[in-house]
Ligand binder design. Structure first.
Ligand code: KIV
Ligand code: ZN
Length: 519
């Protein structure tokens, strides 16, 4: 049995999903959960890309000790130096450097000759090796690159010191057999590749990323790059839970195993779904809501007499917990802390106290509280700004609605201690409240996205509202809020978003002020 290393890129390629942006705290929580899951390598970000990405890689490098922590870099000196700087403090650090090798990328994106690209690959790997002895090289768009040229570049990278060679199917174009042959070809034709790790990195444009990754494993790949729930650019990346469970269920076929604790898969999927705002489709393999549900009578009958008639694996093996009513109004801080720790959340004492108060409040209103409710409340608390940063505070909200009236709303807020009241009508009560709020916080804010979700079933379910708000300079702010009242949750989320925007503006003004002073 070969151990296939699992390289998770949820925080890097996964964060490239349109509309997804994790906060620093969310990234750290995901990284810690990936560590519990048993991931071998975490690609924590692309440090040169933004300060946020740099900070995340740096924090994760310091706080997450078991997996190798990896930072992405183009084959450019400043990228590699930024990655090395961000990775300082890591127990084991990897620099992953890449350059496109396909004709179409070279001619139209890079405008470089074959020789120039090969030279850049060699120089980058050499430089990266001065910072760490764990260097990964990727010829981007490998699956559309001339095979022999791809091998020549790989050979240069290995000669310069690369220890892992990744063969990306960047645009999800490859077919399983073709990709398998490419992986075999590199191993046969690159003379200095023996003993190095061969990696796969597949995108799902044709729905084949998992099939392609597994075909590569069959051909001898020893590392699979993937993301939780398959999130990523365009149609996404290889879904980790699917690849891992395929290897686990068909280990003999692949002569392979992984280090993943599969019982943590479901929990990790749920965390990433919450933070990314992307819930896997119901029929998604392994982690979708229907993955272990049986509808047809004939199937139910079979499963009752022998589970294996229609179930190839146990739901518990991937960490499914089912519905669990954990918390009541008499549950204390400890029960809540335990539920949150099990779900992968770490809170400070103050945050925990705040969650406990909210849970008790809900309990007093007769609501039955599920683990998911507690997690939603925790996310609400975690994403709250400090009282000092909260310039807008909600004082009052009223809505008037019905089947024969135009919905209307009045919102009262205090902004920096000054009271403001606004009223508006709308097509529905949420719309009316949003317009009333906008009339007091100013026309500069544009609501770009609004998503409402009931956390658990029932008419007493907690409402979770996630929004995206844009300011006049097109900066986008995401926020979410939970409440047992849909309209309250909506208004709270919008106020949170506006407070984030105000906070950002204040910070920006401060930075500009500092720059002027320095001049
Ligand atoms: O898809 C891709 O080619 C990548 C590289 C940076 C490995 O994400
Ligand atoms: Zn990618």
């Amino acid at each position: 049995m070969n151990t296939v290393r699992i390289f998770d890129t949820t925080l890097r390629d996964g964060e490239q999903t349109p509309g997804v942006s994790f906060t620093l705290q969310e990234k750290l929580m995901i990284a810690k959960q990936l560590e519990r899951l048993g991931v071998d390598i975490i690609e924590a970000g692309f440090p040169i890309a933004s300060k946020g990405s740099f900070d995340a890689v740096h924090l994760i490098a310091k706080e997450v000790r078991k997996p190798v922590i990896c930072g992405l870099a183009r084959t450019v000196d400043k990228d590699i130096k930024a990655a090395a700087e961000a990775l300082k403090g890591a127990e084991r650090a990897r620099i992953h450097t890449f350059i496109a090798t396909s004709d179409i990328h070279r001619d139209h994106k890079l405008k470089k000759t074959k020789e120039q690209v090969a030279q850049m690959a060699r120089d980058a790997v050499k430089l990266a090796r001065t910072f760490t002895d764990d260097v990964e090289f990727s010829p981007e768009d490998a699956s559309r690159t001339d095979l022999d040229y791809m091998c020549a570049v790989v050979e240069e990278a290995v000669a310069a010191g690369a220890t892992t060679i990744n063969i990306p199917d960047t645009v999800g174009y490859a077919q399983p057999q073709e990709y398998e042959e490419r992986i075999r070809y590199v191993q046969e034709k690159v003379p200095n590749i023996k003993g190095l790790a061969i990696s796969t990195h597949c995108h799902d444009d044709l729905g084949l990323s998992v099939a392609n990754s597994l075909a590569a494993v069959k051909a001898g790949a020893t590392q699979v790059e993937c993301t939780i729930n398959g999130i990523g650019e365009r149609a996404g990346n290889t879904s980790m839970e699917e690849v891992v469970m395929a290897i686990r269920m068909r280990g003999a076929y692949y002569s392979a195993t992984t280090n993943i604790n599969t019982r943590e898969l479901f929990r990790t999927s749920q965390m990433v779904a919450r933070f990314s705002g992307i819930t896997p489709q119901r029929n998604k393999a392994i982690v979708g809501a229907n993955a272990f549900a049986h509808q047809a009578g004939i199937h139910q009958h079979g499963v009752i007499s022998n589970k294996r008639t229609y179930e190839i694996m146990d739901a518990e093996d991937v960490g499914w917990e089912g519905e669990n009513l954990v918390i009541g109004k008499l549950s204390g801080k400890h029960a809540i802390k335990e539920a949150l720790t099990e779900a992968g959340f770490e809170l400070t004492e103050d945050q925990l106290l705040s969650v406990t108060e909210k849970v008790k409040d809900l309990g007093d209103k007769q609501k039955s509280i599920h683990r998911d409710d507690v997690v939603a409340i925790a996310i609400d608390v975690l994403s709250a700004l400090s009282p000092k940063e909260d310039r807008i505070k909600l004082d009052e909200l009223s809505v008037f609605t019905g089947n024969r009236v135009t919905p209307s709303s009045t919102v009262g807020v205090s902004i920096d201690g000054q009271r403001h009241i606004g009223s508006a009508t709308g097509v529905g009560p949420v719309d009316a409240a949003a317009k009333a709020l906008k009339s007091v916080i100013g026309p500069g804010f544009l609501l770009k996205e609004y998503n409402l979700k009931a956390i658990t079933g029932g008419t007493d379910a907690l409402a979770n509202v996630a929004i995206k708000m844009e300011d006049e300079e097109h900066n986008v702010f995401t926020s979410e809020a939970v409440d047992e009242d849909v309209i309250m949750a909506s208004v709270k989320a919008m106020i949170k978003g506006a407070n984030k925007a105000y906070h950002f503006k204040t910070q920006q003004d401060l930075r500009q002020g500092e720059r002027h002073e320095r001049k």
